[in-house]
Design a protein around this ligand. Structure first.
Ligand SMILES: Cc1cc2nc3c(=O)[nH]c(=O)nc-3n(C[C@H](O)[C@H](O)[C@H](O)COP(=O)(O)O)c2cc1C
Length: 185
C-alpha cells in the first residue's frame, strides 16, 4: 500500500525540473496544481493572479525565440505544458508576493503528483523589449506582470538527470537565529 508523503517530504523532495518525458499531463492534474495555486494566501485576499496554460508546442517555441538567453531558457518548452503565472499590478500592493506564493503552491502540488516544474525568473529579470513581445504574442494587457513561466511534466528517467543542481541547502544552524540577529554575517 502506498503511504502518503508528509508536506515536509514533498517540500524537501521537490527539485527544479528541466528535462521531461513527452507524456501528456492529464487535465485533472493541471486543474489540481492550479487549484493549489489559487488557494495561496494573498494580501487582503485580493487573489490578483491568473494562470495561462499553454500546450501548443509552436507557441512555446515562439516564446523561447523571443527571449535573450535561449540556451538557458530553452527548457521552458521541454515539457508538454507551460504555465504562465500572471498578476494584476493594479490590484494590490502585494501582487508580486502573492504571485510567488501561488507559484510555490503550484510547484508543490505538482511534485506531490509526480510532476516536475521549474520557477523561471521573469519578474524582474526579463528585459523590457522581450517582455513586450511575449506579452503581445500571448495577448497579455499592459497591467499584467508575468511572475514566472514554469514547464509542467514528468521528469525524465532517471529523474536525477532532469535536475541541474544537486539537492542541497545551507545547514539550518547557519540560517536560524534566536531572539536577536547577533552573530549574523
Ligand atoms: C526566483 C527564482 C528564479 C529562478 N530562475 C530560474 C531560471 O531562470 N532558470 C532556471 O533554470 N532555474 C531558475 N530557478 C530555479 C533555481 O535554480 C532552483 O530553485 C535552485 O537552484 C534550487 O534547486 P531546487 O529547486 O531543485 O531545489 C529560479 C528559482 C527562483 C526561486
Amino acid at each position: 500500500m502506498e503511504s502518503k508523503k508528509s508536506i515536509l517530504e514533498i517540500i524537501k523532495g521537490r527539485r527544479s525540473t528541466r528535462r521531461f518525458k513527452p507524456d501528456a499531463v492529464s487535465d485533472e492534474d493541471i486543474m489540481a496544481v492550479l487549484e493549489a495555486a489559487n488557494w495561496a494566501p494573498s494580501g487582503e485576499n485580493f487573489q490578483p493572479w491568473r494562470f495561462l496554460v499553454i500546450k501548443n508546442k509552436e507557441m512555446m517555441e515562439k516564446i523561447v525565440e523571443l527571449l535573450p538567453y535561449k540556451k538557458y531558457q530553452k527548457f521552458l518548452m521541454n515539457a508538454p505544458v507551460l504555465i504562465v503565472v500572471l498578476v494584476n499590478s493594479r490590484k494590490s500592493l502585494w501582487h508580486i508576493l502573492d504571485g510567488t506564493l501561488a507559484t510555490q503552491n503550484l510547484m508543490l502540488e505538482a511534485w506531490a503528483r509526480g510532476l516536475g516544474t521549474c520557477f523561471s525568473a521573469w519578474y524582474p529579470t526579463v528585459p523590457e523589449k522581450a517582455l513586450k513581445e511575449v506579452k503581445k504574442l500571448l495577448e497579455i494587457p499592459e497591467k499584467w506582470i508575468i511572475i514566472t513561466m514554469t514547464p509542467l511534466g514528468y521528469p525524465i528517467d532517471p529523474p536525477e538527470r532532469a535536475f541541474r543542481l544537486p539537492p542541497s541547502r545551507k545547514p539550518l544552524e547557519k540560517v536560524i537565529f534566536y531572539e536577536t540577529f547577533h552573530g549574523s554575517k
